[in-house]
Design a protein around this ligand. Structure first.
Ligand SMILES: [Zn+2]
Length: 100
């Protein structure tokens, strides 16, 4: 089914303050505003574009905050004391980031 993506959404990245315009179908945008998950509503957007809508962070800034090679390195399985590591940047952001 073809849905015209006529609704322009202007999003400012909180990281680099760049303005980026995404085009989506008006009804999809409405559904997203009322709580439907972005991955269900905007299957035609890239992961990066959805992330921009959800967290106001563009691809470039997201990469800087979450370098892929550091994933899971800070969480040793055998010692639960390390589950909360106040020194970790990843922990600082992780609470809010994967909500949607
Ligand atoms: Zn940015």
């Amino acid at each position: 089914m073809y849905v015209p993506r006529t609704h322009g959404v202007v999003v400012r990245c909180f990281g680099c303050l760049e303005l980026i315009t995404l085009y989506v179908a008006p009804l999809d945008y409405e559904a997203w505003l009322t709580g439907t998950h972005a991955q269900d509503v905007f299957p035609y957007l890239t992961d990066g574009e959805r992330e921009l809508l959800i967290s106001n962070t563009c691809d470039k800034c997201f990469e800087e905050m979450f370098p892929e090679e550091e994933e899971e390195e800070w969480y040793p399985e055998d010692d639960s004391d390390y589950a909360i590591d106040p020194e970790s940047d990843l922990f600082e952001y992780s609470n809010d980031w994967y909500v949607d």
